[in-house]
Design a protein around this ligand. Structure first.
Ligand code: S3P
Length: 176
């Protein structure tokens, strides 16, 4: 079975949707941030603080290379995974890549009380979200399969992602 890879900005629902999609389709769920925390024994915030973002990105890149060798996984990624185009290219070789999207105001509401995202621990997180989204929008929009999670329920998003995955894997089997 092909992997199902969820990319998208922070707070777009990759983990919440990914876990449920995995359960529904009988696939194994993994989360790149979670794996990085397990392997380093540090939280993402600690890694950013002590080793810096470039170290984190290198770790992420190595993990992608490892995960693309697997099958039948739902992989929820960190929001910045698209910053290295090699990551998206590699994921697309062995998986269906789906981008979750959300409006900046919705992202702000979903992330405002969380403390675990170092990039949003700013005096003006709302503005930071807008800046980062603006910078990254072309990278997210370059992914053909997208689901806007702004104003729907998690269940609807699970339905939409599962349907996209099924369509893609069915057409691959039919040789379309
Ligand atoms: C990041 C997103 C985070 C995490 C790190 C950096 C980003 O993951 O990887 O804080 O650059 O967008 P989530 O998208 O799961 O919050």
């Amino acid at each position: 079975m092909k992997n199902l890879v969820l990319v998208g900005f922070m707070g777009t629902g990759k983990t919440a949707v990914g876990q449920r999609v995995a359960a529904r389709l009988g696939l194994t769920f993994v989360d790149t941030d979670h794996l990085i925390e397990q392997r380093t024994g540090q939280s993402i915030a600690q890694i950013f603080e002590t080793q810096g973002e470039p170290y984190f990105r290198k770790f992420e890149r190595e993990l992608v290379r490892e995960l693309v060798a697997r099958q039948g996984h739902v992989i929820a990624t960190g929001g910045g995974i698209v910053l290295d185009p090699n990551n998206v290219r590699d994921f697309a070789r062995t998986g269906v890549v789906i981008c979750l999207w959300a409006e900046p105001a919705v992202i702000y509401e979903r992330t405002r009380y969380a403390k675990h995202r170092p990039l949003l621990q700013e005096t003006d997180p709302r503005r930071r979200i807008e800046e980062l989204l603006h910078q990254r929008a072309p990278l997210y929009q370059a992914i053909a399969l997208r689901v806007d999670t702004s104003y729907t329920t998690v269940e609807k998003n699970v339905e939409a992602v599962s349907a996209l995955y099924r369509d893609q894997t069915a057409s691959a089997h039919a040789g379309i």
